[in-house]
Ligand binder design. Structure first.
Ligand SMILES: CC(C)(COP(=O)(O)OP(=O)(O)OC[C@H]1O[C@@H](n2cnc3c(N)ncnc32)[C@H](O)[C@@H]1OP(=O)(O)O)[C@@H](O)C(=O)NCCC(=O)NCCS
Length: 153
């Protein structure tokens, strides 16, 4: 497995991962190419976006880190990073998410954000367990979500 910075040409592979998560009932938000380009690869507030790929270049998962602006939709403190992680169900629990966060943690440090927030559905136990394992801790509850914070050292 290799982790690298996401390119425009990764949109299709990322979209496929999201479609697999929708089919597995682990995602309800859009999964199409336009959404991927706008919200992840080409987002104006992107700090970084990493993909994990296997030996033949198939995208296994990705992680997006964005800068939170004033009055953002999630109520996250401005200046913090906001993280999203998506791993294909066919690659789950093989360390893909952990490898992605090794890269994102360094990107957060380089961007000098003081903290990173993960906004996770209150019923998403695996998402909460994953972020907990990466060193995130609960610090507030939002409507239907658990918010975990990672303090960037
Ligand atoms: C949550 C998610 C990103 C985890 O990715 P992953 O590649 O399977 O995670 P890893 O294999 O790197 O697991 C790292 C650690 O996280 C924890 N973890 C991951 N998945 C878990 C699960 N289903 N149940 C309990 N703990 C889990 C474990 O501590 C694990 O370490 P271990 O396997 O040595 O016990 C992935 O399941 C996913 O994309 N889910 C759907 C989207 C989502 O919910 N994203 C997060 C909220 S935005």
């Amino acid at each position: 497995m290799r982790v690298r910075v996401a390119q425009v040409t990764d949109a299709e592979g990322i979209s496929l991962v999201l479609q697999e998560l929708v089919a597995a009932k682990k995602r309800t938000r859009p999964a199409d190419l336009a959404f991927v380009r706008e919200h992840y690869i080409g987002h104006a507030d992107r700090i970084q976006c990493f993909v994990a790929e296997d030996g033949d270049g198939t995208i296994l998962g990705f992680q997006s880190l964005k800068m939170c602006r004033e009055n953002n939709d999630y109520g996250t403190p401005p200046g913090w990073g906001s993280i999203g992680t998506h791993v294909s169900p066919r690659a789950a629990r093989r360390g893909v998410g952990a490898r992605l966060f090794e890269a994102t943690r360094l990107a957060a440090r380089e961007a000098q954000v003081p903290a990173v927030e993960a906004y996770i559905g209150a019923d998403n136990r695996e998402g909460q367990a994953y972020y907990e394992a990466m060193g995130f801790r609960d610090y507030r509850n939002a409507d239907g979500a658990v918010c975990k914070r990672y303090v960037v050292a």
